[in-house]
Design a protein around this ligand. Structure first.
Ligand code: BGC
Length: 785
């Protein structure tokens, strides 16, 4: 990946939802003045933190320190590394939950609330969101990432950033890039081919950088194709800054710096946490010895000073925030994010009907509601589903409870017997299960797809004792469900934040109509997952052998039926789609880069108000390169009253049809037929219409290294190619006249054509025994190349 490589011919992906509130460029001239007054020592000192969470101040020049802290779903303001000391903050649902809302406005609201709490706690940069792709369901940190799809992850991340930054607090996209596992995360090399990088692993970052202008980006711990992300010039300078126009500062992941001077060259502005002078001295020595041009350091320090100056201007000391309102928001968001995976007319339950209900599983009283590791916050309050059920059914239900399993996920025969007895004596059972902290966390990956054995056994035992069972899951990533067909309903509640208990009950009782849809595939079994053979890698290498075929792109193309597909999620109402139409863009739309407009009608055909997530996929037919069977390009969440219908419109721009061509370092479209598929799940039903695009695409330069057949693709050399091939066949085989040739001659001609067309030009003189000379080759190339 060469610095600055690529021209990005096809700009414009998703429409910006909200304009970034602050332009960092405003601070550049002030920063330039300040840096002009700094000594070399002062400049070097700014490139590393003061301690664990703050930057170095330069008081002499009036530049104070700023505070950076975790994290994506709540503000974890701690003193040093004593995380138990962190100030209480609202624990919002984690990214895997948030993403299932598919709701950019909601993400913006969460971002705003996080920004307000950050201001109240005097934090200037909030370390999140995490937008790495979910390459395998086993990544221990999937709970902190949005999706297996880069468009969904990128658009949600952009909204999160815009929300945080609307409050004058900087966001930080992390972890850049290809940090998709926890195993050996500080040393492993993610080895990813360039097309896969641009189409999958960089795309979410690209969308968020272009649409939301984050103040900071955090580089990952891992190496990318052999070079540490913290010193990867092609990545930090070439792609992030030159190609995408990033104006902010790159912060290292905590302890991700390898060679600090290489980092300065590559575009890493700030090392965190402080290396206590060690790396400052290396920068100073490198400048003094001439190994590092001071101008390069200056440029970096100007950019970093712009971010610090912006953060200081926006700082609002002593503002408060309404934590009660944030708890209510956390509850609403959790309800919007839950996914009703299956439902045989079981939910919603009637709160007024006298029912005997067995509530089983410790998570009902002690919910798993947030991730483990750096994103863990001390919640301002914490509800649980058991208490919320009692409260919301107001004495109408007789509720029994049994823990069912132990905190470590194991169980005993006695616990199972107790739960089965309670289930048998009730009208219905609700089983709360999921992944305990020790099963998924930052710092290690999951060894298995399964729930803890105790949770699986509990569900199986209860299903054997009671026909009416609903399962409520609390976990941060996809899990296997060998019992799925034995229960009446499954609600995926995720790590739903501090109000998850109340929110679950809102959904169970139908006070909230579930509207979440999966942002990741739930595979039937681990062996079906795309990276099964390559995750998490070995001998220092994580080889991305499945290439662009991540998540549903893989399952669809390989025709593997998952347990629950990407985009799936049920509601208490039903929706019908009709009238899908593709229209050529008008001249005015074309000016804005629009190629096609899509319209479709969605109707609420049930008897309850509900929200539908409309998904639009594009699929190229007969593509030149192998492409995923279909890819998500747009989505919208629409709220409909019973019987209400709405027409939705989407605008498709060039990038919605394009793929990344490594020969051009750019996105290209080939002329051809594309299907547009619209519906409420990746596995349908999907309405399908097709459209033909005729485009003039750029072609890679034709050289002596090009194969003869490459000349056939280019309109300019097509005729010359045919003529040369004919001539060469004659030279090689002596046959020229297709009309009079014998069957043997025809065979020989066809074989020669196949053989010759795949030779690079430079080989022709060598292989033709002097019949086609170097000089003839040069002349031909000069004519057509
Ligand atoms: C994590 C980051 C986090 C940082 C600071 C690192 O270990 O990877 O996501 O922001 O610590 O806590």
């Amino acid at each position: 990946m060469a610095p600055g490589a690529g021209r990005d011919n096809l700009r414009g992906m998703s429409p910006r939802s909200k304009a970034p509130s602050i332009d960092l460029a405003e601070f550049r001239s002030h920063a330039k003045d300040l840096v002009g007054k700094m000594t070399l020592e002062e400049k070097a000192s700014l490139c590393s933190g003061r301690d664990f969470w703050t930057t170095q101040p330069i008081e002499r020049l009036g530049l104070s320190s700023i505070c950076l802290t975790d994290g994506p779903h709540g503000v974890r303001k701690a003193a040093g590394t004593d995380f138990t000391s962190s100030a209480p903050a609202t624990a919002f649902p984690t990214a895997s939950a948030l993403a299932c809302s598919w709701d950019v406005d909601l993400l913006y609201e969460v971002g705003q609330a996080l920004g307000r709490e950050a201001q109240a706690l005097d934090v200037q940069i909030l370390l999140g969101p995490g937008l790495n792709m979910k390459r395998s369901p086993l990544c221990g940190r999937n709970f902190e990432y949005f999706s297996e799809d880069p468009v969904l992850a990128g658009r949600l991340a952009a909204a999160h950033v815009q929300g945080v930054q609307s409050q004058g607090v900087g966001a930080c996209l992390k972890h850049f890039a290809a940090n998709n596992q926890e195993f050996e995360r500080t040393t492993t090399s993610s080895n990813v081919d360039e097309r896969t990088l641009f189409e999958i692993y960089l795309l979410a970052f690209e969308i968020a950088v272009r649409d939301a202008a984050p103040w900071t980006v955090m580089c990952a711990y891992n190496k990318l194709n052999g070079t540490f992300a913290s010193e990867h010039e092609g990545l930090l300078h070439g792609v992030l800054k030159q190609r995408w126009g990033f104006k902010g500062a790159v912060v290292s992941d905590w302890g991700a710096v390898n060679d600090r001077v290489a980092g300065v060259r590559a575009g890493l502005h700030l090392e965190m946490p402080s290396s206590r002078g060690y790396n400052e001295r290396r920068i100073i020595e490198a400048v003094r010895s001439g190994a590092l041009p001071e101008a390069r350091l200056d440029e970096l320090v100007i950019e970093l000073t712009s971010v610090i100056s912006c953060a200081l201007r926006e700082r609002k000391p002593n503002v408060g925030c309404d934590l009660k309102a944030h708890h209510a928001l956390a509850r609403r968001v959790a309800g919007e994010s839950m996914v009703l995976l299956s439902n045989q007319h079981f939910f919603p339950l009637d709160a007024r009907r006298p029912l005997r209900v067995a509530v089983l599983g410790q998570f009902a009283k002690a919910p798993r509601y947030q991730g483990a590791g750096s994103s863990q916050v001390k919640p301002t309050e914490l509800g649980n589903a058991y208490a919320a059920l009692l409260e919301q059914t107001d004495g109408a239900w007789q509720v029994g409870y049994a823990p069912g399993y132990l905190a470590d996920g194991s169980t005993t025969d006695a616990l199972l017997d107790e739960a089965s007895r309670k289930a048998q004596a009730a009208d219905l059972a609700l089983v709360f299960a999921g992944l305990p902290d020790s099963y998924e966390s930052e710092g290690f990956d999951r060894p298995r797809l399964d729930l803890p054995e105790g949770h699986d056994r509990l569900i199986q035992a209860v299903a054997g004792a009671q026909p009416n069972v609903g399962v409520i899951l609390m976990n941060g990533s996809a899990v296997a469900m060998p019992w799925a067909s034995r229960v009446k309903a499954i609600l995926e509640a995720w790590l739903g934040g501090q109000a998850v208990g109340e929110a679950i009950v809102d959904v169970l009782l139908g006070r909230v109509n579930p509207s979440g849809k999966l942002s990741e595939t739930f595979p039937e079994r681990l062996e079906h997952t795309p990276a099964f053979l390559d995750f998490p890698g070995q001998a220092g290498e994580a080889r991305y052998g499945e290439r662009v075929f991540i998540g549903y792109r893989y399952y669809d193309t390989r025709r593997i039926t998952p347990l629950f597909p990407f985009g799936h999620g049920l509601s208490y109402t039903t929706f019908a789609y009709s009238g899908l139409q593709i229209t050529e863009a008008s001249a005015a739309e074309g000016e804005r880069g629009v190629l096609r407009t899509i319209s479709v009608n969605v109707k609420n055909t049930g008897s309850r108000a509900g929200k539908e997530i409309v998904q639009l996929y594009v699929s190229e037919q007969a593509s030149r390169l192998l492409r995923p069977q279909k890819e998500l390009k747009h989505f919208a969440k629409v709220s409909l009253a019973p019987g209400e219908a709405r027409e939705l419109r989407f605008e498709l721009v060039a990038r919605d049809f394009a793929y990344y061509d490594v020969r051009l370092n750019d996105w290209v479209i080939d002329s051809g037929t594309f299907h547009v598929l619209v519906g409420g799940s990746s596995r349908g039903p999907l309405l399908t219409e097709s459209t033909r695009l005729v485009v003039t695409r750029p072609y890679p330069p034709l050289t002596r290294e090009s194969m003869l057949k490459d000349f056939a693709e280019h309109p300019r050399s097509k005729a010359a190619y045919a003529e040369l091939l004919h001539r060469l066949i004659a030279l090689f085989t002596g046959t020229t006249d297709a009309a009079t040739e014998t069957p043997d001659q025809r065979k020989a001609r066809e074989m020669a054509a196949a053989f010759l067309s795949e030779l690079p030009l430079w080989k022709l003189p060598l292989m033709s025994e002097g019949k086609f000379t170097e000089k003839q080759l040069d002349e031909w190339l000069a004519k057509v190349g």
